[in-house]
Design a protein around this ligand. Structure first.
Ligand code: HEC
Ligand code: HEC
Ligand code: HEC
Ligand code: HEC
Ligand code: HEC
Ligand code: HEC
Ligand code: HEC
Ligand code: HEC
Ligand code: HEC
Ligand code: HEC
Length: 338
């Protein structure tokens, strides 16, 4: 094994030797594991040497390199809660020898880790994500054995759970840096399924997600949220105020739609109109304000009061005069002009 990992495989092997003694003792009394691993989804016989057995066949030279897991939090034996302080690979992949009843592992063949005679198929072991044949619920159950209490308060009943999305659809485990946890690489993970969102963030006016300055998780709580659309705050406006605090006020002269719902005028992801507006002025404003009796009637010269067309008006959207569209603190700002 001449690769960059050989230097730590030896200490790992030694550790596992020491460890396997402990594991043997534990084997009798399932559920096993240093922490709150509830073996609710899988019960059975685990290998005696844990990862050492697996890495005899699965290593860095393979089509699927597995060792990068040791660079992640999961690979840290020092943390008593981590898989490698307990059942190791099998904490996620399930028992390697026998037991995975749903998968009908034939006991006397020694399960997935055993010898396989020519012509025979190797009994399968639990896999994750798109390559897996197992129900999503079973896959996620392995992760939730450890994660239910911590990060998954909202997961049960969330749109993603209801949509039958696997943890492994978003999370990569055998990579040093899980792309979904980094702002720069996260959007691509989401675009796999939310394809139209990519187009939205490429529109001329957009939140700077495509430059890696923001991630979806600046506004969304992907595991579940009490708010609509998985927003991080209870309302849409509160979500926007986390960064655009100045729009919250308090203001002397409020503009009613602003305190009600930013999305009455703005799109959240991107727009072909400037400033993420859903429409251009005057159309934007005229959704609610009638043109009657007001200078703004003058989209043509004929409509101007007093007759003389002003270039300012002709070119002007409403916000040329009503510049304080979000509200005003000026004593005479009642018409949102200053
Ligand atoms: C924290 C959970 C977890 C642990 C621990 C874990 N794996 Fe995995 N493994 C996964 C997930 C999830 C996938 C699916 C693909 C991915 O996330 O990269 C996977 C994929 C694999 C695959 C690829 C199967 C394929 O589709 O080709 C192999 C092989 C594998 N793991 C072996 C191991 C070995 C060997 C160990 C121990 C050294 C181990 N795994 C530890 C979660 C885990
Ligand atoms: C004796 C060699 C050997 C050992 C030991 C072994 N595997 Fe495998 N494993 C394989 C082979 C070969 C495949 C590919 C099977 C196929 O493509 O049909 C595989 C496939 C897998 C897969 C993909 C899912 C599947 O069933 O095809 C995972 C995940 C996996 N192994 C994890 C593990 C884990 C975890 C351990 C330790 C508990 C382990 N393996 C021990 C040889 C081994
Ligand atoms: C045996 C328990 C155990 C199992 C099983 C397990 N994890 Fe973890 N996981 C942990 C621990 C411990 C941490 C580190 C927590 C910390 O340090 O904050 C962690 C961290 C993580 C992190 C954060 C990584 C980071 O860099 O911050 C993700 C994402 C994660 N796990 C996903 C999964 C997924 C997906 C599965 C199922 C394929 C899974 N875990 C299975 C124990 C487990
Ligand atoms: C739709 C994509 C998606 C799915 C599905 C998903 N996650 Fe996550 N997960 C994320 C994102 C994005 C983050 C980063 C959260 C952040 O930065 O606010 C994260 C963070 C985490 C973390 C570390 C931070 C924390 O909240 O403690 C763990 C652990 C984790 N996920 C486990 C899981 C498990 C277990 C499942 C399956 C039950 C799962 N995730 C399903 C996207 C997902
Ligand atoms: C600046 C905050 C913000 C960011 C960043 C953001 N979103 Fe949203 N998203 C929202 C708001 C607010 C809504 C609900 C109202 C709406 O649709 O405008 C929403 C709605 C959604 C919806 C459901 C409604 C629909 O349009 O289909 C999806 C899916 C979604 N966002 C995905 C994403 C993805 C994927 C990313 C990252 C690539 C992302 N969002 C980044 C604020 C944001
Ligand atoms: C494997 C596919 C898949 C991936 C990957 C995925 N989603 Fe989803 N997402 C769904 C499905 C399915 C739904 C529910 C149906 C729908 O509204 O499209 C959904 C719904 C949503 C919603 C709308 C919630 C609502 O209340 O309507 C938001 C927001 C969202 N996802 C954000 C994200 C973010 C952010 C990511 C990346 C971290 C992500 N999704 C990754 C499949 C996925
Ligand atoms: C995580 C921080 C954050 C959140 C939350 C957020 N924004 Fe932004 N917003 C930004 C950043 C960063 C910019 C870009 C500023 C720049 O380019 O100078 C921006 C720009 C804008 C712009 C101006 C775009 C332009 O082209 O001038 C509008 C309008 C806007 N956001 C509305 C909203 C709305 C509405 C919400 C709530 C749905 C929201 N923002 C939530 C950070 C945020
Ligand atoms: C009545 C329509 C309307 C509503 C509602 C509205 N905006 Fe705006 N917003 C505008 C218009 C019009 C512009 C463009 C102003 C300009 O070009 O001078 C703008 C520009 C912005 C900008 C970029 C320029 C600046 O002033 O910083 C941000 C950020 C912004 N809005 C955030 C918000 C937030 C956050 C909310 C909700 C609290 C909100 N807007 C509600 C109409 C609205
Ligand atoms: C979603 C509906 C809506 C949109 C869109 C909207 N407004 Fe308003 N606007 C209102 C409401 C409601 C009031 C409060 C009316 C009242 O108090 O009589 C108001 C008040 C005003 C006032 C102050 C009127 C007064 O007598 O004090 C001005 C000026 C104004 N809006 C200008 C605009 C401009 C300019 C735009 C476009 C950028 C716009 N509005 C877009 C609903 C809207
Ligand atoms: C040339 C400057 C100018 C432009 C452009 C303009 N307004 Fe006004 N607007 C005013 C003035 C001045 C008042 C105050 C009139 C008064 O007090 O009688 C006013 C008042 C209003 C009022 C309060 C109700 C009223 O009639 O007094 C609303 C609502 C309003 N404008 C909406 C709009 C909308 C919507 C547009 C764009 C279609 C627009 N304005 C374009 C100057 C302008």
């Amino acid at each position: 094994m001449k690769n960059k990992y050989s230097s730590f495989i030896v200490p790992l092997a030694l550790l596992c030797l020491v460890y396997s003694g402990a594991l043997k003792a534990e084997e009798q009394a399932a559920p096993v594991g240093a922490i709150n691993i509830k073996q609710t989804t899988e019960a059975g016989t685990y290998t005696q040497k844990g990862a050492d057995t697996c890495i005899k066949c699965h290593d860095e030279d393979e089509a699927y390199p597995v060792f990068d897991i040791f660079k992640t939090k999961h690979g840290q034996q020092g943390n008593k809660q981590s898989p490698f302080a307990g059942l190791q690979c099998e904490a996620c992949h399930g028992p390697g020898v026998a037991g995975a009843a749903a998968m009908q592992v034939v006991l006397d063949r020694g399960g997935h880790v055993g010898k396989v005679r020519p012509g025979q198929e190797r009994p399968p072991i639990l896999n994750f994500g798109i390559k897996s044949d197992e129900p999503v619920e079973q896959q996620n159950g392995m992760c939730l054995n450890c994660h239910e209490d911590t990060s998954h308060i909202g997961w049960k009943g969330s749109v993603h759970e209801d949509g039958n999305i696997a943890c492994a659809n978003c999370h990569k485990i055998h990579t040093a840096r899980d792309p979904v946890l980094t702002k720069k690489t996260q959007p691509e993970v989401c675009y796999q399924c939310h394809k139209n969102k990519r187009a939205e963030f490429y529109k001329p006016s957009s939140h700077p997600v495509r430059f890696g300055q923001m991630g979806c998780t600046d506004c969304h709580k992907t595991h579940g949220s009490a708010a609509d659309d998985l927003l991080i705050k209870p309302t849409l406006n509160q979500t926007c105020y986390t960064c655009h605090a100045e729009k919250r006020g308090p203001l002397l002269w409020e503009h009613a739609p602003v305190s009600e719902d930013c999305s009455l005028c703005h799109t959240s992801h991107g727009s072909i109109h400037p400033a993420l507006l859903s429409k251009r002025t005057p159309l934007l404003c005229q959704q609610c304000h009638s043109q009657a009796g007001h200078p703004s009637l003058a989209s043509t010269g004929a409509g101007l009061p007093g007759g003389s067309p002003s270039g300012f008006l002709l070119s002007g959207g409403c916000i040329n005069c009503h510049s304080q569209v979000h509200g005003s603190n000026h004593p005479s700002g009642v018409k949102l002009m200053r």
